[in-house]
Design a protein around this ligand. Structure first.
Ligand code: HEM
Ligand SMILES: *[C@@H]1O[C@H](CO)[C@@H](O)[C@H](O)[C@H]1NC(C)=O
Ligand SMILES: *[C@@H]1O[C@H](CO)[C@@H](O)[C@H](O)[C@H]1NC(C)=O
Ligand SMILES: CC(=O)N[C@H]1CO[C@H](CO)[C@@H](O)[C@@H]1O
Length: 327
């Protein structure tokens, strides 16, 4: 009897061990991948990033966005960091990337890592770790980042144009684009919450404000009082001005995004579109009613999931020495 019980316990432990191994090693990534080859890797990322974000909290937003862009184009393979060459126009130079910032921060993190353990830590992992730490540093949740991504050798501007969701997209298209990367409708609702930080350029909302259907009209899905406020900031033809996505707390990672969208004050069409689908609308309403009950945890989970999109592992790709050029 005692032996049977022991067996049962051992068996359960074994099953558990396998499950855990499966979880931490799914898709070829694992927690603490650099533990042996570069034990201080995550610490170095954190410390280097902290030097920048503590001086300028607004850097956190573009750094989170950069990981998202990387993952949606060719998978999380660092392709967003590659510079164009004489023969090839890279993602970096595609229209949606013109508003990316923080490449210098990624370079600083990478050179700190290269000093400590040359040729070990990939640029794609740097992006994933930086995004995590950036969110944490401005009040967001923490999550463990499975690592072991390797860097791709290809970056094509046109792919950024086609694969990145457009701020003018409707909910059908947004759902399709997320599904194409293996992300769910819930992930779409959750990850859109990244717009609780950062800014948007007036150019992107000028059609919502001034010429929604080509008749000089305003997008009816935008709260008219908010539209009036936005018009004061974004004059017609004004392209350099920016507006805060979460006015008043655009430098803090909180769950305000859902209050804003629920009040029909989401900045882009793509934010407003979350109200056009039952599942995403329910999520928005739930988060706006029950202040932050699950958003932090949901965001952490969806970010980990996003970080698995199309990763290169094992012998695939390379570990770039400099993030802007292939070896
Ligand atoms: C759902 C589809 C999405 C669309 C259409 C979209 C579109 C955009 C656009 C057009 C901007 C403004 C760029 C500018 O004018 O400077 C922006 C900013 C931003 N996006 Fe998204 N985005 C999406 C999803 C995401 C996701 C999943 C994340 C991260 C989890 C994210 C994080 C950000 C952040 C943090 C900013 C602010 C950047 C800054 O302050 O410089 N976005 N997004
Ligand atoms: C969404 O946008 C796509 C592409 O622009 C368009 O073909 C489709 O008809 C739109 N769907 C709805 C429901 O408006
Ligand atoms: C509004 O859009 C229409 C159709 O696209 C265009 O012909 C018109 O010039 C636009 N008006 C302004 C003020 O941009
Ligand atoms: C940040 C960044 O790399 N921006 C680039 C976007 O594209 C323009 C035009 O191709 C470049 O001049 C910028 O350097």
């Amino acid at each position: 009897m005692a032996i049977q019980k022991l067996f049962a316990v051992c068996f359960l432990q074994l099953v558990f061990a396998f499950l855990l191994a499966g979880l931490t090693n799914a898709g070829g990534l694992q927690l603490g991948f650099y533990q042996r080859a570069c034990p201080d890797a995550e610490l170095i990322v954190h410390q280097t990033l902290y030097r920048y974000v503590s001086r300028d909290r607004t850097l956190a937003a573009p750094l989170l966005r950069m990981h998202f862009h990387d993952c949606f184009i060719r998978g999380c393979d660092g392709s967003v960091l590659l510079s164009s060459t004489e023969k090839n126009q890279a993602e970096k130079d595609a229209i949606p990337n013109k508003t990316l910032r923080g490449f210098n921060v990624i370079d600083a993190v990478k050179s700190a890592l290269e000093k400590n353990c040359p040729g070990v830590v990939s640029c794609s992992d740097v992006l994933a770790l930086v995004a995590r730490d950036a969110v944490l540093m401005i009040g967001g949740p923490h999550w463990d980042v499975p690592t072991g991504r390797r860097d791709g050798r290809v970056s094509i501007a046109n792919e950024a144009l086609f694969n990145l969701p457009s701020p003018f997209a409707n909910i059908t298209v947004l759902k399709q684009q997320f599904a194409a990367t293996g992300l769910s409708v819930k992930d779409l609702a959750v990850l859109s919450g990244g717009h609780t930080i950062g800014i948007g350029h007036c150019t992107i909302i000028s059609n919502r404000l001034y010429n929604f259907t080509g008749k000089g009209d305003t997008d009816p899905s935008l709260d008219p009082r908010y539209a009036a406020q936005l018009k004061k900031k974004c004059k017609p033809g004004n392209s350099n001005t920016v507006v805060e996505m979460d006015p008043g707390s655009f430098k803090t990672f909180d769950e305000d995004y859902y209050n804003i969208v629920a009040k029909r004050r989401g900045l882009f069409r793509s934010d407003a579109a979350l109200l056009d689908d039952a599942e995403t609308r329910d999520y928005v309403k739930f988060q706006s009613r029950t202040q932050g009950s699950t958003f932090a945890q949901d965001f952490a989970e969806s970010m980990v999931k996003m970080g698995y999109i199309g990763v290169l592992t094992g012998e695939q790709g390379e570990i770039r020495k400099r993030c802007a050029v292939v070896n």
